[in-house]
Write a protein that binds this ligand. Sequence first.
Ligand SMILES: Nc1nc2c(ncn2[C@@H]2O[C@H](COP(=O)(O)OP(=O)(O)OP(=O)(O)O)[C@@H](O)[C@H]2O)c(=O)[nH]1
Ligand SMILES: [Mg+2]
Length: 288
Amino acid sequence: MGLRCCRHKHSNQATTEENTQAAEIERRIEQETKAEKHIQKLLLLGAGEPGKSTIFKQIKLLFQTGFDERELQSYTPVIHANVYQTIKEDVLHARVRTTGVVEIQFSPVGENKKSGEVYRLFDVGGQRNERRKWIHLFEGVRTVIFCAAISEYDRTLFEDENKNRIMETKELLEWVLKQKCFEKTSFMLFLNKFDIFEKKVSKVPLNVCEWFKDYQPASTRKQEVEHAYEFVKKKFEELYYQNVTCDHQDRVFKIYRTTALDQKLVKKTFKLVDETLRRRNLFEAGLL
Ligand SMILES: Nc1nc2c(ncn2[C@@H]2O[C@H](COP(=O)(O)OP(=O)(O)OP(=O)(O)O)[C@@H](O)[C@H]2O)c(=O)[nH]1
Ligand SMILES: [Mg+2]
Protein backbone atom coordinates (compact mmCIF):
# COMPACT_ATOMS: atom_id res chain seq x y z
CA MET A 1 0.00 0.00 0.00
CA GLY A 2 2.80 2.37 1.14
CA LEU A 3 4.87 1.50 -1.95
CA ARG A 4 1.91 2.02 -4.27
CA CYS A 5 1.22 5.40 -2.66
CA CYS A 6 4.86 6.41 -3.08
CA ARG A 7 4.88 5.34 -6.75
CA HIS A 8 1.65 7.22 -7.27
CA LYS A 9 3.19 10.31 -5.71
CA HIS A 10 6.26 10.03 -7.97
CA SER A 11 4.23 9.60 -11.10
CA ASN A 12 2.10 12.60 -10.15
CA GLN A 13 5.25 14.63 -9.65
CA ALA A 14 6.60 13.51 -13.03
CA THR A 15 3.35 14.43 -14.74
CA THR A 16 3.39 17.88 -13.15
CA GLU A 17 7.00 18.40 -14.28
CA GLU A 18 6.14 17.24 -17.80
CA ASN A 19 3.17 19.56 -17.88
CA THR A 20 5.29 22.49 -16.72
CA GLN A 21 7.89 21.69 -19.37
CA ALA A 22 5.24 21.39 -22.08
CA ALA A 23 3.70 24.71 -21.05
CA GLU A 24 7.12 26.36 -21.13
CA ILE A 25 7.85 24.96 -24.60
CA GLU A 26 4.47 26.16 -25.82
CA ARG A 27 5.07 29.62 -24.33
CA ARG A 28 8.47 29.83 -26.06
CA ILE A 29 7.05 28.69 -29.41
CA GLU A 30 4.32 31.30 -29.08
CA GLN A 31 6.87 33.98 -28.23
CA GLU A 32 9.08 32.99 -31.15
CA THR A 33 6.13 32.88 -33.55
CA LYS A 34 5.13 36.37 -32.39
CA ALA A 35 8.67 37.64 -32.92
CA GLU A 36 8.86 35.90 -36.32
CA LYS A 37 5.69 37.68 -37.41
CA HIS A 38 7.52 40.99 -37.14
CA ILE A 39 10.36 39.84 -39.37
CA GLN A 40 9.75 40.64 -42.99
CA LYS A 41 11.10 38.20 -45.52
CA LEU A 42 12.95 39.81 -48.43
CA LEU A 43 14.13 37.69 -51.32
CA LEU A 44 16.86 38.71 -53.76
CA LEU A 45 16.13 37.23 -57.17
CA GLY A 46 17.58 37.60 -60.66
CA ALA A 47 19.54 35.69 -63.29
CA GLY A 48 23.30 34.98 -62.97
CA GLU A 49 25.62 37.88 -62.09
CA PRO A 50 23.35 40.94 -61.87
CA GLY A 51 24.77 41.76 -58.42
CA LYS A 52 22.52 40.03 -55.86
CA SER A 53 25.37 38.91 -53.62
CA THR A 54 27.06 42.30 -53.92
CA ILE A 55 23.90 43.93 -52.57
CA PHE A 56 23.76 41.24 -49.87
CA LYS A 57 27.37 42.00 -48.87
CA GLN A 58 26.68 45.73 -48.79
CA ILE A 59 23.73 45.16 -46.44
CA LYS A 60 25.97 43.08 -44.22
CA LEU A 61 28.54 45.89 -44.13
CA LEU A 62 25.98 48.66 -43.70
CA PHE A 63 23.45 47.27 -41.27
CA GLN A 64 25.25 44.41 -39.58
CA THR A 65 28.75 44.04 -38.16
CA GLY A 66 30.35 43.35 -41.54
CA PHE A 67 32.71 40.45 -42.13
CA ASP A 68 34.54 38.69 -39.32
CA GLU A 69 38.11 37.42 -39.61
CA ARG A 70 37.01 33.92 -40.62
CA GLU A 71 34.72 35.21 -43.36
CA LEU A 72 37.42 37.54 -44.68
CA GLN A 73 39.87 34.63 -44.77
CA SER A 74 37.40 32.55 -46.76
CA TYR A 75 37.61 35.21 -49.49
CA THR A 76 41.40 34.94 -49.82
CA PRO A 77 41.46 32.13 -52.45
CA VAL A 78 38.59 33.79 -54.34
CA ILE A 79 40.39 37.11 -54.43
CA HIS A 80 43.61 35.41 -55.52
CA ALA A 81 41.73 33.75 -58.37
CA ASN A 82 40.01 37.00 -59.30
CA VAL A 83 43.36 38.83 -59.40
CA TYR A 84 44.34 36.80 -62.43
CA GLN A 85 41.18 37.79 -64.22
CA THR A 86 40.77 41.39 -63.16
CA ILE A 87 43.26 43.50 -61.27
CA LYS A 88 40.60 44.61 -58.84
CA GLU A 89 40.31 43.88 -54.81
CA ASP A 90 38.22 43.70 -52.18
CA VAL A 91 35.35 41.61 -50.90
CA LEU A 92 32.76 43.53 -52.93
CA HIS A 93 34.56 42.91 -56.21
CA ALA A 94 35.27 39.27 -55.43
CA ARG A 95 33.13 37.16 -57.70
CA VAL A 96 31.78 33.92 -56.30
CA ARG A 97 28.84 32.36 -58.08
CA THR A 98 26.25 31.69 -55.38
CA THR A 99 25.17 28.09 -54.88
CA GLY A 100 22.45 27.40 -52.34
CA VAL A 101 20.89 30.01 -50.10
CA VAL A 102 22.33 32.46 -47.57
CA GLU A 103 20.41 34.72 -45.23
CA ILE A 104 20.96 37.61 -42.84
CA GLN A 105 18.72 39.54 -40.51
CA PHE A 106 19.01 43.32 -40.34
CA SER A 107 17.21 46.56 -39.73
CA PRO A 108 18.12 49.76 -41.62
CA VAL A 109 17.63 51.88 -38.49
CA GLY A 110 19.19 49.52 -35.97
CA GLU A 111 17.43 46.59 -34.34
CA ASN A 112 17.28 48.19 -30.89
CA LYS A 113 15.24 51.15 -32.08
CA LYS A 114 11.57 50.52 -31.49
CA SER A 115 10.31 51.83 -34.80
CA GLY A 116 12.75 49.79 -36.90
CA GLU A 117 11.46 47.10 -39.20
CA VAL A 118 13.37 43.86 -39.02
CA TYR A 119 14.12 42.16 -42.30
CA ARG A 120 15.44 38.74 -43.17
CA LEU A 121 17.21 38.91 -46.51
CA PHE A 122 17.81 35.81 -48.62
CA ASP A 123 20.41 35.57 -51.39
CA VAL A 124 20.19 32.78 -53.96
CA GLY A 125 22.18 31.62 -56.96
CA GLY A 126 20.80 33.05 -60.21
CA GLN A 127 22.21 30.67 -62.81
CA ARG A 128 19.76 28.24 -64.40
CA ASN A 129 20.77 25.14 -62.43
CA GLU A 130 20.34 27.06 -59.15
CA ARG A 131 16.77 28.19 -59.76
CA ARG A 132 15.08 24.93 -58.81
CA LYS A 133 16.07 25.74 -55.20
CA TRP A 134 14.15 29.02 -55.25
CA ILE A 135 10.67 27.57 -54.96
CA HIS A 136 11.31 26.43 -51.37
CA LEU A 137 11.75 30.04 -50.35
CA PHE A 138 8.71 31.57 -52.04
CA GLU A 139 6.22 31.04 -49.20
CA GLY A 140 5.63 34.08 -46.97
CA VAL A 141 7.82 36.48 -48.93
CA ARG A 142 6.73 40.09 -48.31
CA THR A 143 9.04 41.62 -50.89
CA VAL A 144 11.10 40.45 -53.81
CA ILE A 145 14.12 42.50 -54.75
CA PHE A 146 14.64 41.63 -58.37
CA CYS A 147 18.09 42.51 -59.73
CA ALA A 148 18.62 43.16 -63.42
CA ALA A 149 22.04 44.12 -64.78
CA ILE A 150 21.03 46.69 -67.39
CA SER A 151 24.58 46.97 -68.71
CA GLU A 152 24.45 43.41 -70.02
CA TYR A 153 22.24 44.02 -73.04
CA ASP A 154 25.04 42.93 -75.39
CA ARG A 155 26.21 39.90 -73.38
CA THR A 156 25.19 36.27 -73.41
CA LEU A 157 24.75 33.91 -70.48
CA PHE A 158 27.61 32.10 -68.80
CA GLU A 159 25.57 28.87 -69.00
CA ASP A 160 24.25 29.39 -72.57
CA GLU A 161 26.25 31.46 -75.01
CA ASN A 162 23.31 31.74 -77.39
CA LYS A 163 21.06 33.50 -74.92
CA ASN A 164 21.17 37.25 -74.40
CA ARG A 165 21.32 38.19 -70.71
CA ILE A 166 18.60 40.83 -70.88
CA MET A 167 16.27 38.42 -72.70
CA GLU A 168 16.88 35.84 -69.98
CA THR A 169 16.19 38.46 -67.31
CA LYS A 170 12.97 39.52 -69.05
CA GLU A 171 11.68 35.93 -69.23
CA LEU A 172 12.73 35.22 -65.67
CA LEU A 173 10.95 38.30 -64.33
CA GLU A 174 7.80 37.34 -66.24
CA TRP A 175 7.91 33.89 -64.66
CA VAL A 176 8.50 35.28 -61.17
CA LEU A 177 5.66 37.80 -61.50
CA LYS A 178 3.24 35.05 -62.47
CA GLN A 179 3.89 32.94 -59.38
CA LYS A 180 0.64 32.48 -57.47
CA CYS A 181 2.32 32.86 -54.08
CA PHE A 182 3.58 36.32 -55.10
CA GLU A 183 0.11 37.72 -55.75
CA LYS A 184 0.44 40.08 -52.80
CA THR A 185 4.20 40.33 -52.74
CA SER A 186 5.77 43.71 -53.38
CA PHE A 187 8.43 44.08 -56.04
CA MET A 188 11.48 46.28 -55.85
CA LEU A 189 13.26 46.23 -59.16
CA PHE A 190 16.94 47.16 -59.00
CA LEU A 191 18.24 48.23 -62.40
CA ASN A 192 21.82 47.52 -61.47
CA LYS A 193 25.30 48.07 -62.93
CA PHE A 194 24.33 51.58 -63.94
CA ASP A 195 28.03 52.59 -63.76
CA ILE A 196 28.85 50.20 -66.63
CA PHE A 197 25.62 51.05 -68.49
CA GLU A 198 26.38 54.77 -68.62
CA LYS A 199 29.83 54.17 -70.10
CA LYS A 200 28.55 51.60 -72.56
CA VAL A 201 25.46 53.16 -74.16
CA SER A 202 27.37 55.62 -76.33
CA LYS A 203 29.63 52.84 -77.62
CA VAL A 204 27.28 49.87 -77.96
CA PRO A 205 23.80 50.70 -79.28
CA LEU A 206 20.96 49.52 -77.05
CA ASN A 207 19.13 47.95 -79.98
CA VAL A 208 21.67 45.11 -80.28
CA CYS A 209 19.29 43.49 -77.80
CA GLU A 210 16.12 42.10 -79.36
CA TRP A 211 13.87 43.60 -76.63
CA PHE A 212 15.28 47.07 -77.27
CA LYS A 213 15.02 46.86 -81.09
CA ASP A 214 12.73 49.91 -81.26
CA TYR A 215 15.17 52.18 -79.44
CA GLN A 216 15.84 55.53 -81.05
CA PRO A 217 18.95 57.32 -79.75
CA ALA A 218 18.68 60.81 -78.23
CA SER A 219 19.20 63.80 -80.50
CA THR A 220 22.29 64.93 -78.60
CA ARG A 221 25.11 62.86 -77.14
CA LYS A 222 24.73 64.65 -73.81
CA GLN A 223 21.20 63.34 -73.36
CA GLU A 224 21.99 59.80 -74.43
CA VAL A 225 22.57 58.16 -71.02
CA GLU A 226 19.35 59.49 -69.44
CA HIS A 227 17.39 58.81 -72.61
CA ALA A 228 18.64 55.20 -72.80
CA TYR A 229 18.05 54.61 -69.09
CA GLU A 230 14.48 55.95 -69.28
CA PHE A 231 13.80 53.70 -72.28
CA VAL A 232 15.02 50.60 -70.42
CA LYS A 233 13.09 51.58 -67.29
CA LYS A 234 9.90 51.99 -69.31
CA LYS A 235 10.37 48.55 -70.87
CA PHE A 236 10.59 46.95 -67.43
CA GLU A 237 7.63 48.98 -66.19
CA GLU A 238 5.49 47.83 -69.12
CA LEU A 239 6.59 44.25 -68.55
CA TYR A 240 5.49 44.45 -64.93
CA TYR A 241 2.01 45.77 -65.70
CA GLN A 242 1.54 43.24 -68.51
CA ASN A 243 2.24 40.40 -66.12
CA VAL A 244 0.30 41.26 -63.00
CA THR A 245 -3.43 40.95 -62.53
CA CYS A 246 -5.60 44.09 -62.40
CA ASP A 247 -5.86 44.12 -58.60
CA HIS A 248 -2.15 44.90 -58.37
CA GLN A 249 -2.85 47.68 -55.82
CA ASP A 250 -2.10 45.06 -53.17
CA ARG A 251 1.55 44.97 -54.12
CA VAL A 252 3.96 47.85 -54.22
CA PHE A 253 6.14 48.17 -57.30
CA LYS A 254 9.16 50.47 -57.41
CA ILE A 255 12.14 50.78 -59.68
CA TYR A 256 15.55 51.91 -58.45
CA ARG A 257 18.65 52.82 -60.44
CA THR A 258 21.54 51.15 -58.64
CA THR A 259 25.28 50.51 -58.70
CA ALA A 260 25.79 47.78 -56.12
CA LEU A 261 29.45 48.69 -55.65
CA ASP A 262 28.49 52.19 -54.51
CA GLN A 263 27.90 51.81 -50.78
CA LYS A 264 26.35 55.25 -50.26
CA LEU A 265 23.87 54.60 -53.02
CA VAL A 266 22.94 51.16 -51.68
CA LYS A 267 22.39 52.72 -48.24
CA LYS A 268 20.18 55.43 -49.69
CA THR A 269 18.26 52.88 -51.76
CA PHE A 270 17.60 50.66 -48.75
CA LYS A 271 16.36 53.60 -46.72
CA LEU A 272 13.88 54.27 -49.52
CA VAL A 273 12.88 50.60 -49.69
CA ASP A 274 12.42 50.58 -45.91
CA GLU A 275 10.27 53.73 -46.03
CA THR A 276 8.10 52.27 -48.77
CA LEU A 277 7.60 49.00 -46.92
CA ARG A 278 6.79 50.75 -43.65
CA ARG A 279 4.19 52.88 -45.40
CA ARG A 280 2.69 49.72 -46.88
CA ASN A 281 2.49 48.14 -43.41
CA LEU A 282 0.75 51.19 -41.95
CA PHE A 283 -1.65 51.20 -44.87
CA GLU A 284 -2.44 47.52 -44.36
CA ALA A 285 -3.00 48.13 -40.66
CA GLY A 286 -5.50 50.86 -41.58
CA LEU A 287 -3.31 53.59 -40.10
CA LEU A 288 -2.84 55.51 -43.35
N1 LIG B 1 30.72 47.62 -62.06
C1 LIG B 1 29.82 46.99 -61.33
N2 LIG B 1 30.02 45.71 -60.98
C2 LIG B 1 29.07 45.10 -60.23
C3 LIG B 1 27.88 45.74 -59.81
N3 LIG B 1 27.16 44.86 -59.10
C4 LIG B 1 27.85 43.72 -59.05
N4 LIG B 1 29.02 43.85 -59.74
C5 LIG B 1 30.05 42.83 -59.97
O1 LIG B 1 29.43 41.81 -60.77
C6 LIG B 1 29.91 40.53 -60.42
C7 LIG B 1 28.73 39.62 -60.12
O2 LIG B 1 28.06 40.07 -58.97
P1 LIG B 1 27.39 39.09 -57.91
O3 LIG B 1 26.88 39.93 -56.81
O4 LIG B 1 28.28 37.97 -57.58
O5 LIG B 1 26.19 38.54 -58.80
P2 LIG B 1 25.02 37.53 -58.36
O6 LIG B 1 23.75 38.11 -58.82
O7 LIG B 1 25.12 37.22 -56.93
O8 LIG B 1 25.36 36.25 -59.25
P3 LIG B 1 24.99 34.67 -58.96
O9 LIG B 1 25.44 34.34 -57.59
O10 LIG B 1 25.70 33.90 -60.01
O11 LIG B 1 23.51 34.54 -59.12
C8 LIG B 1 30.85 40.75 -59.20
O12 LIG B 1 32.18 40.73 -59.68
C9 LIG B 1 30.49 42.12 -58.69
O13 LIG B 1 31.58 42.80 -58.10
C10 LIG B 1 27.69 47.11 -60.21
O14 LIG B 1 26.68 47.76 -59.93
N5 LIG B 1 28.68 47.66 -60.97
MG1 LIG C 1 25.42 35.52 -55.90
